[in-house]
Design a protein around this ligand. Structure first.
Ligand code: SF4
Length: 424
């Protein structure tokens, strides 16, 4: 048993190699609880993929569907370039993720589990293949475990895109009402949960809801994996208790002690001024600052960097990742990236570009089929606020060394690679 206030939890027993099924049994012990929606609800677990939706509510919605084969879909696509948490987790404890998926299948009455990993992540694919074979060898299973490898794109991991691809279509987000909404593969209702969410379920299945709640807060119970990069001496994935002060988390990664800002939540997240680094890492504390935990990504921007340049690079990349189905996304995101570039080039058009950015954000927000453009709008708005003084310097034509540097903190896959990718 893992002690109630002990960390790590989902990375418990990590050795640098994935635990075999026998090692996993030894480290974590047997599954103690029969699948129970009540246990999930009492745990207060929310999704760790980005949206933070209550796990039990999604499960209840699918459990209430009658008369069909059902799926549990494990989303390990991890489309955020700065995110490494799901592959780190699967590289350590793949069976914990599968335990959680099987528990969820029991809760909703699913007979099929589809585990989805991007096809250009061969290491994670190998780990999962091996883990699935181990489980198949051990018992004849009532629930089938299938590994799927969709193509990698940022939006391919969006849950409606994933389900659409599993239904033999392109990996494009689908038009649908706001949540909650039943996703289907063919006619089969599908519960989609992030890989880390499943691992936490695997622990709740053993140790129960009250154990789970012994870390974190009432509304953000438990722990979370965080991918930390940028101005840090040890880029890493850490498991932290919710409500840990951001400054404490950053110290563990050897972060610059006097940074300018941090990007929280991923490329659809928001910049947070370093004045707020004593804020607890949980959504309730971060929301008044316009920020959130999101996809569990923290990027540290040093004072020698330029938040406008970083935002421009990310926005350009996110514009290229648009599925180009919706006008505000297909045309609006490149226009945002163009205006950010005009700002950083200190040209005569910089002041007009700043004004246009505000208007464009309002015109784009809420008008895509998925939340991809809303994430970019959130990022750009936060940059306009957090870097307002520095933007004024750009508008006045003051020299910014960082905008002429090739050193950046936000990892952006190359545009050459973008050109090679096709939708399928
Ligand atoms: S909002 Fe953008 S990414 Fe989402 S479906 Fe529309 S075009 Fe595709």
């Amino acid at each position: 048993m893992i002690g109630a206030d002990q960390l790590p939890r989902v990375l418990h027993g990590a050795t640098g190699r994935p635990l075999t099924l026998a090692q996993h049994d030894e480290v974590f012990g047997p599954l103690g609880h029969a699948p129970s929606l009540d246990e999930l609800r009492d745990s207060g677990l929310t999704g760790h993929g980005g949206a933070g939706f209550a796990t039990w509510r999604k499960a209840q919605l699918i459990g209430d569907q009658r008369g069909h084969t059902k799926f549990v879909v494990v989303n390990a696509m991890e489309g955020e370039p700065a995110a490494h948490k799901d592959r780190t987790l699967i590289g350590a404890n793949p069976h914990l993720v599968l335990d959680g998926a099987e528990y969820l299948a029991g809760v909703v009455g699913a007979s099929r589990i589809a585990v989805c990993v991007s096809r250009d992540n061969p290491g994670t694919i190998n780990h999962l293949q091996h883990a699935i074979h181990e489980r198949e060898r051990r018992t004849r299973r009532a629930t089938s475990l299938e590994l799927h490898t969709p193509p990698w794109r940022y939006v391919a991991g969006e849950e409606s895109a994933l389900v659409h691809w599993l239904d033999d279509n392109e990996s494009l987000p689908q038009y649908r009402p706001r949540r909650p909404h039943v996703l289907r593969i063919g006619h089969a209702p599908a519960l989609v949960d992030n890989a880390e969410t499943c691992a936490h379920v695997g622990l709740i299945a053993r140790f129960g809801a009250s154990w789970f709640r012994s870390l974190g807060t009432e509304t953000s119970p438990g722990s979370a994996l965080v991918s930390i990069s940028g101005a840090v001496s040890r880029p890493c994935v850490l498991e932290v208790a919710f409500a840990t002060p951001l400054r404490t988390i950053l110290a563990r990664a050897g972060a610059d002690r006097d940074p300018w800002a941090v990007l929280l939540g991923g490329y659809g997240g928001a910049w947070l001024d370093a004045r707020h680094l004593d804020t607890p890492y949980d959504n309730d504390a971060l929301a008044p600052l316009g920020s959130s935990v999101g996809a569990g990504v923290i990027i540290v921007l040093p004072k020698s960097g330029c938040g406008v340049v970083e935002t421009q690079r990310i926005t350009r990349w996110m514009a290229n990742e648009s599925a180009r189905q919706c006008g505000p996304c297909a045309f609006g995101l490149p226009a945002l990236a163009d205006d950010l570039a005009r700002l950083t080039s200190n040209g005569r058009d910089a002041a007009a570009a700043r004004a246009r950015l505000v208007d464009r954000c309002s015109a784009i927000e809420g008008r895509g089929a998925c939340r991809h453009p809303d994430g970019v709008v959130r990022l750009v708005r936060s940059a306009l606020e957090v870097f307002a003084e520095h933007i004024e310097d750009h508008v006045r034509g003051r020299y910014c060394a960082a905008s002429h540097s090739s050193h950046h903190v936000a990892a952006v896959p190359s545009l050459e690679r973008e050109a090679e990718l096709v939708w399928e």
